[in-house]
Design a protein around this ligand. Structure first.
Ligand code: FNR
Length: 642
């Protein structure tokens, strides 16, 4: 981590304030305060040194830090503090991590490598629990030492005399049963199924009782037993929390029953010397937790930048122009302008900055830079998805900054295909946009643990949005985000009134790979990294579709934009030859902006504009129509066949 960028070691002053102990007695509640402090300190230091880590990397770094000072504990508390909200956690292998750290200390590896490596067994997964379930936390007042407790269980396991207390059970049985039970509880939480939770918690309790017996350890103290029984009597699933042995227990209630039932339980807990702590599970994302939305947006920028590959694989390398040795025109004769949408809008260059960001401070800064670049170069530009601002109006400024710094340019807003017509109109208003992009990203959503799972209303939504915006004279482009579009997709969109698509093909920035990286462990979805049609395959499939061509000849024009792995001005001209009106670029421009700055990006775009003209002159084509009709190409074997 530090060995790559080599930032200078600077002095800092770290002040820690915490509410995670009892104000009267100073006793710790046992809520994982050391993990919380570790995560906060690691996060603060990363910020101090300007290191942008993804959430899984931050979690790993905090686990490394805490494993250096704490010789036991699962790391679950560290993961909970890093991610926030409901998470499912599977512990890392302690011996493996110790060996890895030794390799770093001996100079045979680096922290940087360790953070990017897959850790055996280790998994953190966000659970989509929603607002239907609420948590009650009771504190028994007696502190428990997880380290001692885990040490005692470990000693019991290592003594080799496991069956002395209970000959029928073994530690391995416990591990197998426990794994199944945890999965059952995770499913029950996501489905809001209280009955399944009751049986999952009961099973967990029985398993811990067995573990206590086979290792001679007291996990459920008498007060924790009372805490569970009180909740049980009211029909609520309850369990010890953390390592047990004291401290806290939890109960879970349906949100609609919470007020009625919590008062009763808290009173009874109090009668038994148990203090209700009045805590809530941190909400995230949908419910508007700023830090988590921002983290995701920052992760996207950081990982897209890291995964950037100058050699895209969008199929452009298979498209070769047949040269024209007698161009018969002057460079000055070439006109690269293109009419888009309603034929009254003209772009001087068939190129635009495609949708990227917004929704975090870093996103806002990038939008501000891109807007200045677009204004200077005259390029059209799109914002990233405005979903975050539609959920949380405080984030609107991270998008509207585009209009502030590019008041007269052509700007496109961007929403998801799950958006309503009202949300689409709001998005256009925030940016005073000239057009709206609606993005399709089913593969990305399915790979994201917190992503959408229901796409059944997309086509309907798109139809409603198109018709609402039609009356406002705002054109709509439906775009993919890296998996491409087939002619069949385009026809279906055409049937609901769409008149422009951006194929967003495979081969450039890859959101499936980005989400796989965010999950930080073999997600099981790596096979989707190569899902979809490349940009060139999409363009060819659409260009060869007679039905689209026929409709294009009749009045129902379908305009096609190309994006996905456009990395050179030659790729732009190849896209135009394959039927695109203009080409959109995201990853390439983001890379230049982050690595070399705003001026370098302006310079790059100005060179591309000039080079597009040069290529057209070399082909003897005086305008884009001429290029489409009169230039010839060779396409090497790999074209599409549907
Ligand atoms: C994107 N892209 C994107 N697309 C979209 O419709 N809405 C969005 O919010 C985003 N967000 C986003 C963030 C970042 C950091 C990148 C790099 C890209 C996808 C983008 O518009 C484009 O379709 C793909 O990136 C493929 O083009 P490139 O990057 O290969 O030129």
């Amino acid at each position: 981590l530090l060995d790559e960028g080599k930032p200078a070691i600077n002095l800092y002053n770290l002040r820690i304030e915490s509410d995670l102990d009892d104000k009267k007695t100073g006793k710790k509640y046992g809520l994982g305060s050391s993990a919380a402090v570790t995560v906060a300190a690691v996060r603060a230091l990363c910020k101090w040194y300007g290191l942008t880590l993804t959430t899984p990397e931050l979690c790993k770094l905090a686990i490394i830090a805490s494993s250096l000072v704490k010789k036991s504990g699962s790391g679950g508390d560290v993961a909970a503090s890093t991610y926030g909200g409901w998470v499912m956690y599977r512990a890392y292998n302690r011996e493996w991590l110790e060996a890895e750290i030794e390799m770093i200390e001996s100079g045979d590896s680096s922290l940087h490598k360790l953070l990017r490596k897959k850790w055996p067994r280790f998994e953190v997964k966000r659970l989509k629990v929603g607002a239907g379930l609420r948590l009650l936390v009771g504190w028994t007042g007696s502190p428990a030492s997880s380290a001692e407790l885990v040490g005692s269980v470990k000693a019991g396991v290592e003594s080799g005399d496991l069956t002395a207390h209970n000959p029928a059970k073994t530690y391995e049985d416990f591990c197998v049963q426990s794994e199944k039970c945890v999965q059952k509880i995770a499913n029950a939480l996501e489905n809001g199924n209280i009955d399944a939770l009751l049986s999952g918690f009961a099973q967990n309790r029985a398993l811990l009782k067995d573990l206590g017996e086979i290792t001679g350890t007291l996990i459920e103290t008498p007060k924790l037993t009372r805490l569970i029984e009180v909740a049980d009597n009211a029909g609520l699933p309850a369990k010890t929390s953390g390592a047990g042995g004291g401290d806290c227990g939890i109960a879970i209630a349906r949100a609609e029953d919470f007020d009625a039932v919590s008062a009763r339980i808290e009173e009874e807990w109090q009668n038994n010397g148990i203090e209700a702590l009045g805590l809530k599970v941190a909400e995230f994302d949908e419910s508007g937790d700023l830090s988590l939305i921002e983290q995701r947006k920052d992760d996207h920028i950081e990982i897209a930048y890291r995964q950037y590959n100058a050699q895209a694989e969008s199929g452009f390398e298979h498209v070769r122009f047949i040269p024209n040795a007698l161009p018969q025109l002057a460079l000055n004769d070439v006109d690269t302008s293109v009419k888009v949408f309603d034929e009254t809008t003209k772009w001087d260059t068939p190129l635009y900055i495609n949708a990227m960001t917004g929704g975090s401070k870093k996103g806002e800064n990038i939008n501000e830079s891109l807007a200045r670049v677009a204004a200077k170069t005259g390029l059209a530009m799109a914002s990233g998805s405005l979903s975050a601002a539609l959920k949380n109006p405080r984030l609107a400024e991270t998008f509207s900054v585009i209009r502030r710094f590019n008041p007269r340019g052509f700007v496109m807003a961007n929403v998801s295909a799950g958006a309503s017509a009202e949300q689409a109109i709001k998005a256009v208003e925030i940016l005073q946009a000239n057009a709206l992009q609606i993005h399709l990203n089913a593969a990305q959503e399915l790979v994201m643990s917190e992503g959408d799972r229901d796409f059944s209303a997309w086509l309907n939504n798109i139809e409603t949005i198109v018709s609402a915006l039609d009356s406002m004279k705002v054109p709509v482009v439906v775009k993919e985000t890296g998996c491409g579009m087939s002619a069949r997709d385009v026809l279906r969109l055409q049937n609901v009134g769409v008149r422009a698509v951006d194929v967003g093909g495979r081969g450039g920035t890859n959101f499936v790979a980005i989400e796989n990286a965010r999950r930080g462990r073999e997600s099981g979805y790596e096979f989707l990294d190569s899902w979809g049609l490349t940009t060139v395959e999409s363009l060819i499939d659409i260009a060869q579709c007679d039905e689209i061509l026929r409709e294009q000849r009749d009045s129902a024009q379908m305009q096609v934009f190309a994006s996905g792995g456009v990395r050179t001005p030659l790729d732009v001209v190849r896209s135009l030859r394959l039927g695109a009106s203009a080409a959109g670029v995201a990853g390439e421009f983001l890379h230049t902006l982050i690595s070399e700055g705003e001026d370098a990006l302006v310079e790059q775009i100005e060179s591309w504009k000039a080079q597009i003209r040069v290529i057209m002159a070399l082909l003897g084509c005086k305008n884009i129509e001429d290029l489409r009709e009169n230039s010839r190409i060779l396409i090497e074997a790999k074209s599409c066949a549907l």
